[in-house]
Write a protein that binds this ligand. Structure first.
Ligand code: ADP
Length: 318
């Protein structure tokens, strides 16, 4: 596979007086040009930590303790400040959770977009303004809104503005961490459809992070599922969503309503996620797993390729 981003054996730890919590544990994955990779899992499983680490935006007490992040073959962890700045703006854009609330409340959205363009491109104010109008149009907002302040826009519109800012420098990869979680389902759908169209037009890749697997089944090419810092299943979206192998993935899918299809009873996953400071021996999911056997309490399962092509880490699936 042609790889735009390749993460090998990445470990990210949070170091505190209470101990070391490993939020990302030996995670390896890659993203191809133009691909949408979904990353799912309950809150606290390490998705955002991974997203911050990829863009090297992680801050103390987070520490990348092992592994490498290769972008077009260059190691992001070894980039100097100049290369990193270039990487962050020209190559990768990040839309973080609730990013719509990060817009400056006292500056019009037109000015905010124009400022970003002026800060990164050698263009005149007029050219930057025109580009800002164009970008707003691309995300479905009329030029009239250039003079609006953030509070005059709906949540969905503000999130579109943030996506427009992310597109300023035509990045090759956009990392989106729960980009639509704060929005209602109708607006969420509209934004995802638009995102899909933008992707077709510009050809960027997306790392799409969400706790909602059913949403992911709709937009991702491949899906990875994380649990307690580990990648526990990875495969084609149709296989992970339609034919999940890991008991945790099955649990996640049956705990979310599907957007299409018949009404079905939802089943939650019993228990709570494990405490990263006090992990059990063996599989991290054992206490909540309905099919756990003795081996699961003794040895941590490895991520291996199984019959449907998914990578799965479960002793019971081979
Ligand atoms: P997700 O994005 O999947 O909700 P996060 O990456 O935010 O998960 O967090 C993963 C884990 O990392 C959390 O369960 C928590 O134990 C730990 N963690 C996150 N931020 C901090 C922090 N600032 N200090 C200590 N531990 C943290």
């Amino acid at each position: 596979m042609n790889k735009l981003l390749e993460i090998n054996n990445l470990c990210v730890d949070y170091v505190s007086p209470n101990g070391v919590a490993r939020a990302v544990n030996h995670v390896s994955l890659s993203i191809a040009p133009g691909e949408t990779l979904g990353l799912a899992g309950e809150s606290g499983c390490g998705k955002s930590t991974l997203a911050f680490a990829i863009s090297r935006l992680h801050k103390v007490p987070a520490l990348i303790s092992e592994g490498e992040i290769l972008y077009k073959g260059s190691d992001v962890l070894k980039m100097n400040d100049r290369l990193l700045r270039d990487f962050r703006w020209n190559e990768v854009s990040v839309v973080f959770q609730s990013a719509m609330n990060s817009l400056n409340p006292v500056i019009t959205i037109g000015e905010q977009l124009t400022d970003v363009i002026l800060a990164h491109k050698k263009v005149s104010y007029k050219q930057a303004y025109e580009r800002a109008v164009e970008l707003l149009n691309i995300v479905g907002i009329h030029a009239d809104r250039m003079k609006s302040f953030p509070h005059q826009l709906s949540g969905g519109m503000r999130q579109r503005v943030v996506i427009a800012i992310a597109l300023v420098l035509k990045p090759k990869l956009i990392i989106m961490d729960e980009p639509t979680t704060a929005l209602d389902v109708v607006v969420e759908r509209e934004i995802l459809n638009e995102l899909y169209e933008l992707k077709q037009k510009f050809g960027f890749s997306i790392l799409f992070i969400s706790h909602d697997l059913s949403l992911m089944g709709e937009i991702a090419d491949r899906i990875g599922v994380m649990y307690a810092g580990n990648l526990i299943e990875l495969g084609q979206a149709s296989e992970v969503f339609g034919n999940p192998q890991h008991p945790y993935t099955k649990g996640l899918i049956s705990s979310f309503p599907t957007i299409h299809g018949p009404k079905e009873r939802l089943y939650g996953i019993p228990g709570n996620p494990v405490n990263l400071l006090n992990l059990p021996n063996g599989c991290n999911f054992q206490e909540r797993c309905t099919v756990c056997v003795e081996e699961c309490q003794q040895q941590a399962p490895q991520l291996i390729s199984v019959e449907n092509g998914n990578l799965v880490s479960c002793h019971l699936i081979r």
